[in-house]
Design a protein around this ligand. Structure first.
Ligand code: SDX
Length: 429
């Protein structure tokens, strides 16, 4: 393999170093490009641009491979818990028994919110979108944990990570309760992470929600599958915000906002809306496929396609298999699952999708399982955010620990007016 790439420009010829990742990925290191040539590169949406070196998650989009710290997602989904996976992503290794016990205890003692949070929730209108509340309230954590705004060492980072991972669950549940006009339910320290979330979502003051172990297992798996995904839109947002040395609360809040978009984490809601539209006779699956292919129609088949995966998203494979099992275990018959499978069958036989290598992604089947568990549709992207929180924290930490990292500040190619003078009002036509 050549060690450098040669760039010839005019009478200039420079050698740019080739760097190789641990899985053989190759990249041209252009950190010296502007200094040596005065040139910058242009790559809108960064489809060809690596923003960092990272040891957290590996994706092979052509082979449909996803690994967290080298461990295949299939093995983690089968054997791990969300909290164990969170530790793996943030600290790099599967936790020892005492580490997991200490971290779980930290999550338990940090599950509650300061009582003054209630005033903020009560200030939101009843129909406030839960993602808006989630982003606002994660940022608001900075007001109540001012001692954690500056991460000095590993112990402070571990404490901050535990508080955010624990409280994002409580904030999410309270956002749902507020948007449904229901009383807030306090966390129960006897319950594990997912069970406690379900308790805060669905218990009533006079009636404790009984957690079904199958539901708890399914939601653990969903959170594991969403926990990280290298430099996706929201994780890149967290890194950019964190690169200014903004605190972890502010960075995570920005990540929630980026995730909300329908092209990103908001797709799981859009998928359900599309399936419901078909189910209620609005469109046939064939009409949906035709609309998705129509260049004159901005409509897209939501839950399909991916910037990196040009094969099945391994998470979609796992979710598709488990959707059948979870619905059967819960005794739920959902026609939307059959519609989703019909859409997938039609798309994967259609040259438009095959040529563009458009396959189901993580959002295509996740909503069907969450609906069966009883998670309201307007909370689907919130569940994605709870799942992605460890990945955001792991990336923020990796950048923070890299003492060579600098503030993110991309360049541009200016295409505006050339030099001109200010015109007084009476001279403007
Ligand atoms: C997530 O990055 C991540 O890792 C994200 C994520 C994570 O875990 O963080 O995996 C989570 O965000 C999954 C993606 C969820 N979004 C959706 O399901 C929305 C629908 N999908 C698309 O909008 C699209 O596929 C994206 C946004 C996912 C990817 O967009 P790209 O990489 O910019 O692809 P593109 O728009 O350039 O599409 C290439 C071609 C185009 O056609 P041509 O111009 O070549 O003729 O494929 C077409 C697109 O029109 N296309 C689709 C399509 N997705 C792409 N056509 C119809 N339906 C679709 N879903």
């Amino acid at each position: 393999m050549a060690k450098t790439a040669t760039l010839t420009y005019g009478n200039q010829k420079i050698e740019l170093p080739i760097i190789e990742g641990s899985e053989g990925e190759l990249g041209i290191d252009i950190t010296e490009l502007r200094a040596k040539t005065g040139l910058i590169t242009l790559d809108p949406a960064f489809g060809n641009t690596g923003a960092c070196r990272s040891a957290i998650t590996y994706i092979d989009g052509d082979k449909g491979i996803l690994r967290y710290r080298g461990i295949p997602i299939e093995q983690l989904a089968e054997n791990s818990t969300f909290i164990e996976t969170a530790w793996l992503l943030i600290f790099g290794e599967l936790p020892q028994r005492d580490q997991l016990r200490r971290f779980s205890q930290r999550l338990t003692v940090n599950a509650h919110l300061h009582e003054d949070f209630k005033h903020h929730f009560q200030g939101f209108p009843v129909n406030a979108p839960p993602m808006a509340m989630l982003s606002a309230m994660i940022g608001t954590l900075a007001c109540f944990h001012t001692n954690l705004l500056h991460v000095e060492d590993a112990a402070v980072l571990e404490e901050t990570a535990a508080r955010i991972i624990s409280k994002v669950r409580t904030i999410a549940a309270y956002s749902y309760r507020q948007s449904s006009g229901l009383p807030f339910i306090y966390p129960d320290p006897k319950l594990r992470y997912v069970a406690n979330f379900l308790h805060m979502m669905f218990s009533m003051p006079y009636d404790q929600y009984v957690v079904d172990p199958d539901i708890e297992h399914a939601l653990n798996m969903i959170l594991i599958l969403h926990a990280d995904h290298e430099q996706n839109c929201s994780t890149s947002t967290v890194r950019v915000v964190g690169s200014s040395q903004a605190n972890l609360f502010a960075s995570a809040s920005a990540g929630v906002s980026a995730l909300w978009g329908p092209l990103h984490g908001g797709a799981n809601v859009a998928v359900l809306e599309q399936l419901e539209q078909i189910h209620h006779g609005g469109l046939t699956p064939q009409q949906v496929i035709a609309k998705a292919k129509d260049k004159n129609d901005p409509f897209r088949l939501m839950g399909f396609g991916h910037r990196v995966y040009k094969n099945f998203d391994p998470r979609a494979r796992i979710l598709k298999t488990s959707a059948d099992k979870v619905l059967a275990k819960l005794g739920v018959k959902d026609p939307l699952l059959d519609i989703a499978m019909k859409l997938e069958e039609l798309a994967l036989k259609d040259s438009y999708f095959v040529e563009r290598k458009l396959y189901p992604n993580v959002d295509f089947y996740s909503g069907i399982i969450m609906k069966a568990i009883g998670i309201p549709v307007n909370m689907f992207t919130v569940m994605f955010a709870i799942g992605r929180m460890p990945g955001w924290i792991a990336n923020w930490k990796e950048q923070f620990d890299d003492k060579t990292s600098r503030i993110a500040r991309p360049r541009q190619i200016y295409t505006g007016p050339k030099l001109r003078d200010y015109l007084p009002m009476d001279k403007r036509n």
